[in-house]
Design a protein around this ligand. Structure first.
Ligand SMILES: Nc1ncnc2c1ncn2[C@@H]1O[C@H](COP(=O)(O)OP(=O)(O)OP(=O)(O)O)[C@@H](O)[C@H]1O
Ligand SMILES: [Mg+2]
Length: 406
């Protein structure tokens, strides 16, 4: 699994590490850099999945641009960024580094390498002498001293992605490259948008990042899986609204059965049931359903990122949401990273979650920093005066971080 991502000259970050765990909560004021950190995960997922570097940032016909596109991807005043990923695989840690240089109409790899941590063994690395070249000489470890394998690769696509199709002599190297590409391309970032979820949706295997095809994804499951998933959705969802939701399901529609609609059954009074389709469902209900569907239908052992996870959810339901994330995440052996502004969610998390809370914060030069809450020196003193939610509401965590920087 991915353990951390270091961001260097990425958007508002000069240098900072985003740690990932089974459940990591990222908090911070508006504009502190939460979504900028999430954007780095989107970028990595795109380039590991084969998108060109330029397209991964600027977008193309099938891909939306990263927020800010080419103009805002490097930290202001710089024209290159570096991302460093640490992945744990079969009890070893591997470090993957990619540096990209951007120009007016281009974004190219200037360095990329994959090392086995600890022993500093290089599985592949690039060595660029001439920055004007469009190809990049890349060297792969073969296991035999002095016998590297060399390839000239394209600078507009990640070396990681290109390596998957090469005939590498060292099977272990090929295996680790394939695992890393799988982990990174499998990162799923969900930003559920209820208004996009109200329409009929075409059958689909994968949930889209706005959750718009939720009905299509559920309807495309085989009968047994769909039954299981819908049962789970119902069991969690019934705890959310004021009154009971008895059932959640999808139905295929249209002459060719290629589209689907989402329904739920509300029970207000005995013998008085009301069926509601997605068009009539509340924003919070749809967001909650999209989050659960992402967890239940995504591949196992992957990282799922949910932006503003509790948007539209009543504070009294924060605990239910957290429990759901923990339980479904565990079932899928997924890592879950969420961003939030909500003090109620932090209070629901309680002190046992302190090691799994990251605070995004801008210093007085405007650089973003990510700091684990437990690493804030004044935390023990602050906790004795109030719970985490209060500390956030009163801006005490930010004040402590500012004092630490002085
Ligand atoms: N290339 C860049 N260089 C410097 N700063 C940047 C760059 N790109 C974005 N920023 C800064 O990042 C800020 C936005 O950060 P981000 O979107 O991550 O905030 P957030 O923590 O997600 O906030 P919210 O809670 O409002 O969603 C902008 O206000 C801008 O100042
Ligand atoms: Mg944001």
């Amino acid at each position: 699994m991915i353990k951390s991502v270091k961001l260097r000259n990425w958007k508002s970050y000069e240098e900072s590490i985003l740690y990932i765990d089974s459940l990591m909560i990222v908090i911070g004021a508006n504009s502190s850099g939460k979504s900028n950190a999430v954007d780095a995960l989107i970028f990595l997922s795109r380039i590991a999945g084969g998108a060109g570097i330029f397209q991964a940032i600027g977008g193309d016909v099938s891909l939306s641009a990263l927020r800010g596109g080419m103009d805002w991807v490097c930290r202001k005043g710089t024209n290159s960024f570096t991302l460093e990923v640490v992945m744990e695989y079969e009890e070893n840690d591997y470090e993957y580094v990619i540096t990209v240089e951007t120009g007016t109409a281009r974004a190219l790899v200037t360095e990329e390498k994959l090392n086995l941590c600890g022993r500093n063994q290089r599985l592949f690395y690039t060595n660029l002498q001439d920055r004007e070249l469009l190809s990049i000489p890349t060297y792969f470890y073969t296991g035999k001293p002095g016998k590297r394998q060399n390839f000239d690769l394209n600078r507009n696509t990640s070396i990681l992605y290109q390596s998957k199709t090469l005939q590498l002599r060292n099977k272990e190297t090929a295996n680790i490259i394939s695992e890393l590409a799988k982990q990174l391309s499998g990162i799923f970032v969900l930003d559920p948008t209820p208004n996009h979820m109200r329409d009929y949706a075409a059958l689909a295997e994968k949930l889209s990042s706005d959750g718009s095809n939720i009905a299509g994804v559920l309807a495309a499951l085989n009968d047994e899986q769909r039954e299981k998933v819908q049962k789970k959705l119902t069991s969690y969802l019934r705890k959310i609204p004021e009154k009971d939701i008895e059932d959640v399901w999808t139905e295929r529609i249209g002459k060719f059965n290629t589209d689907a609609m989402l329904y739920c059954k509300e029970a207000w009074q005995e013998n008085d049931e009301c069926i509601v389709d997605a068009r009539g469902m509340s924003d919070g209900t749809l967001r909650f359903l999209a989050i659960m569907t992402a967890l239940l239908t995504n591949e196992a052992n992957r990282l799922i990122v949910i932006e503003e996870v509790d948007n539209g959810l009543h504070p009294s339901r924060a605990k239910i949401l957290l429990n759901m994330l923990k339980e479904l995440g565990n079932e899928k052996k997924a890592d879950v990273l969420i961003t939030t502004h909500n003090p109620a969610l932090l209070d629901a998390a309680g002190t046992s979650m302190i090691p799994f809370i990251t605070v995004a914060h801008r210093d007085d030069r405007g650089q973003s920093h990510l700091k684990l809450l437990e690493d804030i020196r004044e935390l023990p003193k602050m906790i004795s005066t109030g719970n985490i939610g209060d500390l956030v509401t009163n801006g005490k965590i930010e004040s402590a971080l500012t004092r630490e920087e002085q």
